[in-house]
Design a protein. Structure first.
Length: 75
């Protein structure tokens, strides 16, 4: 009895695996990816660093955190 149940499960598993591997043709065809043109640039030398304000950081003054609600607890 135990061998029969095991055999049935094995056949069922094989059947399910074979059905899932069948290509039904319903999948959308994949588009070919476009190949980017040009030269990739990771970093570019800044043109005029002396005119930049580096203190506020990358977000500038608009991204500065609001410190009015900060409470100093202890040192």
């Amino acid at each position: 009895m135990h061998k029969t149940k095991k055999l049935r499960m094995l056949v069922l598993l094989a059947l399910l695996l074979s059905l899932t591997s069948i290509d039904t043709g319903l999948a959308k065809p994949k588009k070919k990816k476009e190949v980017p043109t040009g030269t990739p640039i990771l970093w570019e030398r800044p043109t005029d660093i002396s005119s930049r304000d580096l203190y506020p950081g990358p977000g500038g003054a608009a991204m500065r955190p609001d410190l009015r609600r900060i409470t100093f607890v202890k040192e």
